[in-house]
Structure formats: structure tokens, C-alpha cells
Design a protein around this ligand. Structure first.
Ligand SMILES: Cc1ncc(COP(=O)(O)O)c(C=O)c1O
Length: 389
């Protein structure tokens, strides 16, 4: 019998954690160890789209866990066939889209980077066509490849040299100008979450897509944060009129069960052959059972319409109280004078939000919130903005 350990002394000190311990959740609410209730507008950082302790999710987990949790990709996993078919159809891309299952967002992007380079190799190119570009203020993850495509200098400190030929030009014009025959791919977010929920100009994205295709380079869209209904369509790229060659996903796909995915057109996906890439856990039966359930629920037009409608209500509240509001669906950013102070005062009031910059707040509530949650948020925001913070 082990006794409860109360200190973090044996944990790595790599997270700037708040002094809060959550012990349970229900719908859009979290409860800490004192029993205090919080309206959770962080949703595990855009993950728990169906809310906490969702009965359907819990049932699927219980049933699958008592049947089969894991086998590895040594054997066929029927849940992967079903989910891949759904994601391929929802992608609106070619009929022959293929899917690879992984375990996180950074892993999905890592696979996309490898896939893009290997695709170019199979097209007969060598390392002269291995450059991969990303956009200013992008965030693609923390593993070496994803990190090399994430420009924030603080995240690179102590980790250089990064992956060669990964480039992060300083502005959109220089991204465009950097595209030539030596580029293998460019990765973009349609709405940059970590940057402060900033939408990239759709006209720029369409022009970039044409330019990339003109030089035989691939467009990778990172839907890790925006995907699975977060912006009111299943994928955010649906609204900007681009057709990616590769799409990466994670976060909301498993409602908290670690699962990610890479979608690619067949011609690109076929660059991975047996043995060229893999993961022990990727797409295991438990992850697939949950992700199939989540996708079946979120992809319903009625569910997505709800996200758009309640998102409009949130947007109206934000415009009443705060400045520089940006976002779509249930992913919003806004300015405050001091984000750290705002986050702490919000938590004291029973509202959880995250900062994404010294003066910027991001809200990514569960997609199941209703008008009562919007009203509660509006009341809290009214209090929080009544004194300058
Ligand atoms: C757009 C985007 N890409 C990739 C990642 C990395 O995902 P993960 O934390 O699951 O590795 C994130 C995480 O915040 C993200 O927002």
C-alpha cells in the first residue's frame, strides 16, 4: 500500500503550473480538491470537446478496456479502418485519402515532415528538395522536427542545432518568397492558436497553395488545435478554400485519450512503405474506440451548427467587454493588460482560461457549452474587466 505523495519533488520542472489540483469534472465544469467549481474554458487545451466525464465516452472506454486495449500494429485494428474512412470522407479531399494514426499533435507533425521529404525522394528528388517552411508565430509541437518548424526563440533555447532545412521566415511575404523548386513542403495553421488565436488571411493561404503546387511542393495543414469541430466546421481549412496534401490532427480527436492522425492523398501517403515509419501505440483499439465515438458525435451537422451558434454568442459577449477579439466557432483570443493576472483572477472567480502571450487570453471551451455557460462567462468577464487587469 502506497501513501499519497504530496510534493512534486520527483517530477521534472518543465511546466509553469498553476497552484490548482483538479480532481473531477462534469460537462463544462472542473472541481478542485476543496470542491470548488470552475467553468472550464480551457478544456484541457482544446481537447475535451465533449466535456468532462461524458457518459458516452466513459462507456466506450469501459467496454473497450474490458475487451481489448492494445495489440500494436503487428495486427490489423478494425477501429482504424472505420475511423480512417470517416476522416477521409470528412476531409473533402480526394476519395483516396489515407490515414496514419499516432498519439499526439507533435507526433502527427513529425510524421508529416518525414512524409513530405520521403514523398519528394520518391518523386526522384534528393536532398536538394528537402526544405520545409512554416509561418511566423506558428506552433507545431516540441519534438525536434515540429520544434524546428516552430519559430519562437525561447522554445529553441538549449536545443540547437535544430533539424536542417526547416525554415521559419519572419513574415508572410518572406514565406511566399522562400517557395521555390527546393521546397518540399510548407506547414500552416488556418487559425494560429498558441499565437493568440490569429486567423491567417485566406487569400494568402490560397495563393501559397498555388505557389507550392507550382513548384511541386506540398501543403501541410496543422489541424491539431482547430480540427474536430473546434471552429464550427469539422476542419478549419474547409472555410478558407484550400485543399491540403497532408492534414495533421490530435487534441479533440480523443476527448482526452491520446490520439493523433495524419491524413494524406494516396500519392503522398504511399511514400511510407512497410518499415519506413511507425509507432507502438498509434491507433490502438482503445484510442480508436473513443475517437470513432467522438467523430461520430462531432461530425453531425446539428452538432457543428451548435458550435457556430454558441460561438456567435461568445463572440458577442467578448465584443462587449474586451478588445482585439479574434477567432471562430469556440476558439477565441482577446487582449487584456496583464494576462497572468487575468488568468489568476478568473480562476479565483471560478473561470478557467489560458494566456497565450503577456497580454492575450485564449478561450477554447468544450463544444457542448450552452447559453447558461455563456451567461456565466459573461458575468465573470464583466467582473474581471470592471477593474483594469
Ligand atoms: C497547432 C498545434 N500543433 C501541434 C501541437 C502539438 O500538439 P501536442 O501537444 O499534442 O504534441 C499543438 C499543441 O498545442 C498545436 O496547437
Amino acid at each position: 500500500m502506497t501513501t499519497a505523495v504530496q510534493t512534486k519533488q520527483h517530477l521534472f520542472n518543465n511546466y509553469g503550473q498553476r497552484a490548482l489540483t483538479m480532481v473531477s469534472g462534469q460537462g463544462a465544469y472542473l472541481y478542485d480538491e476543496t470542491g470548488k467549481e470552475y467553468l472550464d474554458f480551457t478544456a484541457g487545451i482544446a481537447v475535451c470537446n465533449l466535456g468532462h466525464a461524458h457518459p458516452g465516452v466513459a462507456q466506450v472506454i469501459a467496454e473497450q478496456a474490458s475487451t481489448l486495449i492494445h495489440t500494436s500494429n503487428l495486427y490489423a485494428i478494425p477501429g482504424q479502418f472505420a475511423l480512417a474512412e470517416k476522416l477521409a470522407s470528412l476531409s473533402g479531399l480526394a476519395d483516396d485519402v489515407k490515414v496514419l494514426f499516432v498519439n499526439s499533435g507533435t507526433e502527427a507533425n513529425e510524421a508529416a515532415l518525414k512524409l513530405a521529404r520521403r514523398y519528394q525522394m520518391q518523386q526522384g528528388h534528393g536532398e536538394e528538395k528537402s526544405r520545409v517552411l512554416s509561418l511566423p508565430k506558428a506552433f507545431h509541437g516540441r519534438t525536434m522536427g515540429s520544434l524546428s518548424l516552430t519559430p519562437k526563440a525561447a522554445y529553441h533555447e538549449g536545443f540547437t542545432p535544430l533539424v536542417p532545412n526547416c525554415e521559419t521566415p519572419p513574415d508572410l511575404d518572406s514565406v511566399f518568397a522562400a517557395v521555390d523548386e527546393t521546397v518540399a513542403a510548407c506547414i500552416v495553421e488556418v487559425i494560429q492558436g498558441e499565437a493568440g488565436v490569429l486567423g491567417i488571411d485566406p487569400a494568402f493561404l490560397r495563393a501559397l497553395e498555388s505557389r507550392l503546387h507550382a513548384v511541386g511542393a506540398l501543403l501541410i495543414v496543422d489541424e491539431v488545435q482547430t480540427g474536430v469541430g473546434r471552429t464550427g466546421t469539422f476542419f478549419a481549412y474547409e472555410e478558407v478554400g484550400i485543399k491540403p496534401d497532408i492534414v495533421t490532427m490530435a487534441k479533440g480527436l480523443g476527448n482526452g485519450m491520446p490520439v493523433g492522425a495524419v491524413l494524406a492523398k494516396k500519392a503522398v501517403a504511399d511514400a511510407f512503405t512497410p518499415g519506413s515509419h511507425g509507432t507502438t501505440f498509434g491507433g490502438n483499439p482503445l484510442a480508436m474506440a473513443v475517437a470513432n465515438y467522438v467523430v461520430d458525435t462531432v461530425a453531425k451537422e446539428q452538432f457543428l451548427a451548435h458550435v457556430r451558434e454558441i460561438g456567435d454568442a461568445i463572440e458577442a459577449v467578448l465584443h462587449t467587454y474586451v478588445k482585439n477579439v479574434s477567432g471562430r466557432g469556440l476558439m477565441w483570443g482577446f487582449d487584456v493588460p496583464d494576462a497572468a493576472n487575468f488568468v489568476a483572477r478568473a480562476a479565483a472567480l471560478g473561470l478557467l482560461v489560458t494566456s497565450c502571450g503577456a497580454c492575450r487570453i485564449r478561450i477554447v471551451p468544450p463544444l457542448i457549452i450552452d447559453q447558461t455557460h455563456v451567461d456565466q462567462f459573461a458575468n465573470a468577464l464583466g467582473v474581471l474587466t470592471s477593474v483594469s487587469s
